[in-house]
Structure formats: structure tokens, C-alpha cells
Design a protein around this ligand. Structure first.
Ligand code: SF4
Length: 426
């Protein structure tokens, strides 16, 4: 394997594509939702939300009730007397954490997760976490991040969590893998990417890891691929540690996955013939999986409301590999540099909008009469009642959809609501 060479930062048309900027009423979930997939990934971590009963209900209903396992998330509820300033919240929090750790010796990493109520009363969870961390360091690491829904969207919870974890990453030595993949992936997807990279002779580490004791090392020699497009703060924190982002499309579908793998392979000097031979059979399986759903999706018009921040790469996948026609691709935040490769592959006549004014966007959607609308749960039922087929964007984050082996599953997630609507019409 040759020494890595830097590929110039993307400066194609994606970086200056016109985008409709929207500001106004928004319909999105909050960042607490990220706990659902983060607690499954980091298996010795615990997420203690400091919030209200609403926060407890949200996280419980999103994650479901675990019958056979001890849960690894909970809510420390801020009561009225706390809001009225009649209790010392730091003392109460210390007592809750003490009881939790006594009961759960398996916890090695504890996140104090802020919420709207804790932000409104200006509870300094960062200070609480560093105080608890210095007291308990031998037993458990304690970190804090915010999952509040004030001015954020639901995938930012993962970004905030991982950004809080970056300062804990050890300093890379010469023996550390130089390629890092940042972003939570289902274990099965991670294993497949690892096998592909290793077959090309590239050793790779993943962040977040499955256990808190396996944090990957990072340093100026680290080159990182993002597995998710919503990791703005995490990427910035990695760059502050000297790591360099590898510009690539996101690994959705056969084309996106190939572009993502190839960007790293080129950087690490993997020959084209090695790349082709390692990826050929998986690419073939991806194309077959996608082809199964092409008839159902080809020519269908799709409208994205801003929610998951996956909208741009998904629109690229659906238009280029399944022949769908994106009418509007709304996204809560558009990181032009991270999304440049996907934007470059999206047809110029697709309207990309950033932010939300939900009333104006609903008007555009009704006028466009798309075949399928991708949106949050709050908009899905009213739009279904108006006769539109919808896809919940949150499902796209909960399901394994990255890489070659899941390309067909990803296509199916969009084909299913159209099939259901056709059956209902019969
Ligand atoms: S963090 Fe805010 S938006 Fe999320 S459940 Fe709690 S109160 Fe609601």
C-alpha cells in the first residue's frame, strides 16, 4: 500500500448551487431521538436525559419498552420545585447518578443529555459532567451533550454526542489505522465495510465504537470518511484534532457506496484493478437488489420535507439509480462541502431548499402533487388524509440502509408506501 495522497477538496458545482433558504415554523423531532440508535451501538454506555416527563415519554415510545434487557437510557425528571429554584439540581443529579451507578456496574460511559427544560433553566450539564467525571473517573467516564429540540433537528443528537466524545479519542500512534469512518452504522454494515477495506489492504477504525474502551485514535495522519451527512460538529472536532475529511458521496445505493469506498481507496493508493476485484460481486448484488424495485419507482415524483438531513444523498440515489423524479429536496441544514459530491450528482432542475417554513412548503407540496412525500411523523398523517403517500424519514435512520448489501432494502423502503397505496385503491 502506498502513502496517502491528498485529493483536492471538492469545488464542483455542488458548492455554489442555488438553494432556497426558508425560515419559519418547523415540524421536526428533537435530538433525544438519537439515543435510540446510539445506545444500541455503544454497548456499555448509558444515556441519562435531564428533562421533563415529555422527554421521558418521547424517548420511551421511540425506543420501545425493553422487556428482556436492562435499559441503557433513562430520564431524570426536572420537577416543578426544581423549576421554581427550590432545589439544588446539581445535588439531586449527583444523587441520581450515584444510585444509577450502584445498580449498574456494567456502565462504563455515562452521557448526561440536556433537553429543552434543562436548557431553559440554564442547567450547566457540562460543568456537572466534568465534576462527576473527575470524581468517578476510575469507575466511569461522564460526558454531556444537548439533545434539546430548540432550533435543532433529530439527527443532531448523534452529532452532539459524537462531538462530545471526540476530545476523549486517544492520540494516534504510527500503528493506528489511518482511515476512520465517523457515524453510527449498524454492526452488520460496519463489518461489511471493514471486510471490503481490509480486502483492499486498508485498515480502518469506526467511530463510535461498540465499547467505550475501544475509542479509535486520531491525529494529523488520520483521514476520515463520514458515514452520515449530519455530522457537522463531529467533523469539525475531528479536524481540530488534525484529521482530514475525505470528500465523497454518501454510501447509499451502488453508486454512492462505490464513490465512498473509491475516495478512500484512491487516497490510500489502492490500484483500480484491486478495487474492482474486491467490490465487483457486492456491486452486482446491489444492482440486482435495486433493480427489483425499479418498476415500482421509476418515473414517480418525490418530495422531501426537511427532517433527517439524509435528504440530498437519498434524492441522488433515488433519481440516478431508480429513475425517480425529485420535485423538492428539503433539508434542515445543508453542509455544502460535506454534500458537494451528492449535490454534483443531483440534476440542476431539482429544487433544493434549506430550513423550513412549513406552511409555504405544504403549499408547494400540494401544488406539485407528488407520488410520494418523505417527511416527519407530524406531517405524515395529515398528508395521508389528504390522499398523499408518505414515508417517515425517521425510519431511514433506524434501518440499516448503507452499503451494497442494503441498497435493495433502501429502495424497498420507498417502494413499500406506493405499493400499500395501490393495494388500498383496489
Ligand atoms: S428535549 Fe424538548 S423537544 Fe425533546 S422531548 Fe424534551 S421537551 Fe420535547
Amino acid at each position: 500500500m502506498n502513502a496517502p495522497t491528498l485529493i483536492p477538496r471538492n469545488s464542483g458545482k455542488g458548492c455554489d448551487r442555488p438553494v432556497l433558504q426558508e425560515r419559519g415554523q418547523r415540524e421536526v423531532f428533537c435530538g433525544l431521538t438519537g439515543i435510540v440508535w446510539l445506545h444500541r451501538k455503544i454497548q456499555d454506555a448509558f444515556f441519562l436525559v435531564v428533562g421533563s416527563r415529555t422527554c421521558a415519554h418521547l424517548i420511551q415510545s421511540a425506543a420501545g419498552v425493553m422487556i428482556f434487557a436492562e435499559p441503557r437510557f433513562a430520564t431524570a425528571i426536572i420537577e416543578e420545585r426544581d423549576l421554581a429554584g427550590r432545589a439544588d439540581l446539581h445535588d439531586e443529579l449527583d444523587a441520581v447518578v450515584g444510585r444509577l451507578l450502584e445498580r449498574r456496574p456494567d456502565i462504563k460511559l455515562l452521557f448526561l443529555v440536556g433537553s429543552c427544560p434543562s436548557e431553559v433553566i440554564k442547567l450547566d450539564l457540562g460543568r456537572a459532567a466534568s465534576r462527576l467525571d473527575s470524581k468517578l473517573r476510575e469507575r466511569v467516564r461522564v460526558l454531556a451533550y444537548s439533545g434539546s429540540g430548540i432550533e435543532t433537528t433529530f439527527t443532531q443528537g448523534e452529532d452532539a454526542c459524537l462531538a462530545a466524545l471526540v476530545p476523549e479519542l486517544p492520540v494516534a500512534t504510527a500503528a493506528a489505522p489511518r482511515l476512520l469512518v465517523a457515524g453510527t452504522l449498524a454492526d452488520v454494515v460496519e463489518d461489511r465495510f471493514k471486510a471490503l477495506f481490509e480486502a483492499m489492504g486498508v485498515s480502518v477504525a469506526f467511530f463510535p465504537p461498540r465499547r467505550s474502551g475501544e475509542l479509535p485514535a486520531v491525529g494529523p495522519d488520520t483521514r476520515f470518511l463520514l458515514a452520515q451527512p449530519f455530522l457537522t460538529d463531529t467533523a469539525r472536532a475531528l479536524e481540530e484534532r488534525g484529521a482530514i475529511h475525505i470528500s465523497a458521496p454518501f454510501p447509499f445505493g451502488e453508486e454512492g457506496t462505490t464513490g465512498w469506498l473509491r475516495a478512500a481507496a484512491q487516497l490510500f493508493g489502492v490500484s483500480l484493478s484491486t478495487f474492482e476485484s474486491v467490490t465487483a460481486s457486492a456491486r452486482g448484488r446491489a444492482r440486482t437488489g435495486i433493480a427489483r424495485h425499479r418498476a415500482a419507482l421509476e418515473g414517480k415524483r418525490i418530495f422531501f420535507f426537511p427532517d433527517s438531513q439524509l435528504e440530498v444523498p437519498l434524492a441522488r440515489f433515488l433519481s440516478r439509480e431508480l429513475g425517480m423524479i425529485p420535485v423538492e429536496v428539503g433539508t434542515p441544514y445543508l453542509h455544502r462541502r460535506h454534500l458537494a459530491e451528492d449535490l454534483n450528482l443531483l440534476s440542476d432542475d431539482v429544487l433544493v431548499s434549506e430550513g423550513q417554513n412549513v406552511e409555504r412548503q405544504l403549499d408547494r407540496c400540494r401544488e406539485a402533487k407528488p407520488d410520494l412525500v418523505v417527511c416527519g411523523l407530524g406531517l405524515a398523517n395529515p398528508l395521508e388524509a389528504e390522499g398523499m403517500a408518505t414515508k417517515w424519514s425517521i425510519e431511514l435512520v433506524f434501518s440499516p440502509v448503507h452499503g451494497y448489501e442494503h441498497a435493495g432494502d433502501l429502495a424497498e423502503l420507498f417502494a413499500r408506501p406506493l405499493g400499500r397505496r395501490d393495494r388500498l385503491r383496489v
